[in-house]
Every structure is written in C-alpha cells, then in structure tokens.
Design a protein around this ligand. Sequence first.
Ligand SMILES: [Zn+2]
Length: 146
Amino acid sequence: MNAPIVLGEILRDWSILKEKLEGWAVCDHFAFRVKNKDQRRADYVCWMEGCSGSWRVYVSKNQADEIEVKVLAERHTCISRQITPWETYNTQSWLRRTVPEHLFVTRDMTIHEILESIQFNYGVAVNSEAARLARASLIHDRIEHQ
Ligand SMILES: [Zn+2]
C-alpha cells in the first residue's frame, strides 16, 4: 500500500499515528517497533531482520505542540518476511480496533470467527491466543458500556 502518512504531515495525537502505522504494517506484512520515544519525539523502525536503517518513521512535536512527520523512509530491505508472534495483527491494539469493524461483538462471537474474518479481510493468520484475549476484552468492554 502507499504510505498512509506523508513527510511533513501533522497528526493530532499519538493514537492516530499508531493506528496509521499499524494499518500500514498489516497491509504490507512487516512489523515495526519503537526505537526511541519520549514526550516530544518517537522513532519507529522495521522489526524485521535485515531492515535496520531502511524503513523508518521519525516524528517530533513542533512549536504548536503538534506531532509532525520529520523523516519518512518507506523502502524495506528485509528480505524474508517471516511470521513472528509479535506481528502487528497479533497485537491487542490492532485486534481490538479491527475486529469490531468486521464482526458484531456478542458473547456468541467465537475465536474461530475472528480468525476467519481476519484471514479473509487481511490474508493473515492471527495467533489464537491473541484472538482469545481480544474476544474477551471486546465482550467485556461491550458489557461495561451498556
Ligand atoms: Zn522491513
């Protein structure tokens, strides 16, 4: 996919940036990690072996306290894109946001349905333990907020 962010873009908050990076990682089958982060800046790199120093997103707060994209390097040099347990689509953050976009969250929603839906929509195989945790928290949140 094309990069969901552009150089110089202003982002409202950290969660929007995270959402965009996670969506990008799932679409393009890579995983990223935070190399450095503090209140004012964050540096994201590709997690995959052989990719250090290529794909990179660096953001920092500007004078107006907005998050600004300062470095955007889109090219990956990781050759083998192995499936690892810490792939973005196995994170609770991505699953909790994405599952309700495709499934109606009820107690009847099964782990199998989650796995099938993500496989169908994104072509990736989610770890069943990650799906189980996401199911439990989505159902819990839904009951809490009724
Ligand atoms: Zn990479």
